[in-house]
Design a protein around this ligand. Structure first.
Ligand code: NAD
Ligand code: UGA
Length: 349
């Protein structure tokens, strides 16, 4: 099949594109190579994809509609995975414009193109952050998610809403996939696992927000990609009946649209993350505690029953195994990309 993957040089886009290529598919990767973190890491991931002759790449921002449209017209993708976005919860507090532009305007352009070129299935990367400060655990796809805590979450919520309207109006089968804190090799230098391993190895101090008490359901990137590839053939149909598996499906009553959580099955606190990294790297980490966690959910925990009903799988790779694999990659080459790791929350937030 022919897949368009936006954000292909990003952490998850890279793993997904590589898996699709390994499975024998053709992939058009589009990525604007933004400088949110070291572009060298994106180039390196992309160079690995370019070793496949079924991979084409275009360094294009989604907001550049004519260029994007010409690419899609020429490639004629059957399935679109839309992962390109300005990610990062904390960074969005200080840089809202970037998020509105990349996520809302960028997604809008992509939806307009999908409307014209009609893929068999459009799958969009959404986030656990859209559940906001919801305290009904575990998070189920059908529960209310109207109260985003960060600009990032608000833009992702807007993308889900826009995609639903396009699915309804133009009959574009659409799945919004809500990822939960994804870790693994080739991971993002702004995220906690990279920061903690890098600080351990270099003897730097880590900043721990929310006094380390925040809880995250974390997901191994390999499990995520497996689930994403299985969802390709689970195409939502308008007006389909509720699932018969005893699970409340999030299918829309008026559009071929649904939301699905993909989460890893392990919940860890930030303190446990630091302790595990310390143990597995055999390096001491100096901790600097901060009480603030503005814009962030205190806890994320997913219901994965819908994913299981739709695909038969239930991700479960343990956190310790994820850290081991990450540390091994960090020592091989990951250490190179920390220099430009973005600062997180300014003291004044
Ligand atoms: P990433 O930053 O590594 O990848 C995103 C890629 O998109 C980058 O390579 C960037 O250059 C590109 N990009 C950004 N804006 C663009 C634009 N307007 N046009 C073209 N390219 C653009 O992030 P990631 O961790 O791989 O995340 C992938 C997707 O998954 C994002 O949509 C993110 O919001 C979502 N997500 C990630 C996580 C996680 O834990 N990593 C969790 C929830 C949701
Ligand atoms: C991650 C991604 O960065 C988002 O793009 C994504 O949307 C989100 O997952 C999601 O699941 O929706 P986050 O959970 O904040 O966001 O992931 P990390 O950046 O790895 O942070 C994990 C935890 O560690 C958070 O509680 C954070 O406050 C904490 N942390 C992070 C620190 O205490 N110190 C740091 O230096 C970095």
């Amino acid at each position: 099949m022919r897949f368009l993957v936006t954000g292909a040089a990003g952490f998850i886009g890279f793993h997904l594109a590589r898996r699709l290529l390994d499975d024998g598919h053709a992939v058009l990767g589009v990525d604007g190579m933004t400088d949110y973190y070291d572009v060298g890491l994106k180039r390196r991931r992309n160079a690995m994809l370019q070793a496949y002759d079924r991979y084409e790449f275009a360094p294009v921002m989604l907001q550049d509609r004519p260029e994007l449209e010409a690419l899609v017209a020429a490639f004629a993708p059957e399935v679109i995975f839309h992962l390109a976005a300005q990610a990062g919860v904390r960074h969005s507090l200080a840089h809202p414009d970037t998020y509105v532009s990349a996520n809302i305007l960028g997604t809008h352009q992509l939806l307009e193109i999908a409307r014209k070129y009609r893929p068999q299935h459009l799958l969009l990367a959404s986030t656990s952050s859209i559940y906001g400060g919801n305290e009904v655990f575990p998070f189920e796809e059908g529960q209310r998610s109207d109260f985003p805590l960060s600009i990032y979450a608000a833009t992702k919520k807007a993308c889900e809403g826009m995609s639903h309207a396009y699915a309804h109006l133009w009959e574009i089968p659409t799945t919004c996939i809500r990822f939960f804190t994804v870790y693994g090799p080739w991971g993002r230098p702004d995220m906690a696992l990279y920061r903690f391993v890098d600080a351990a190895v270099r003897g730097r101090t880590v900043e721990i927000y929310g006094m380390g008490g925040m809880l995250r359901e974390v997901t191994y990137v390999g499990d995520l990609v497996e689930a994403m590839t299985r969802l390709v053939s689970v195409v939502p149909r308008a007006g389909a009946p509720m699932s018969s598996h005893g699970v409340v499906d999030s299918l829309s009553p008026v559009a071929p649209w649904r939301a699905v959580n993909i989460a890893g099955g392990n919940q860890v606190s930030v303190l446990e993350m630091v302790d595990t990294v310390e143990r597995l790297t055999r390096c001491n980490i100096t901790r600097r505690f901060r009480s603030d966690h503005l814009g962030e959910a205190v806890e994320t925990r997913a219901c994965s029953r819908l994913l299981h009903a739709l695909t038969g799988i239930m991700p479960a790779t343990g956190f310790e195994e994820i850290v081991r694999e990450f540390v091994s990659w960090y020592h091989d080459e990951g250490y190179r990309w920390a220099r430009n790791a973005v600062p997180t929350v300014p003291e004044t937030c």
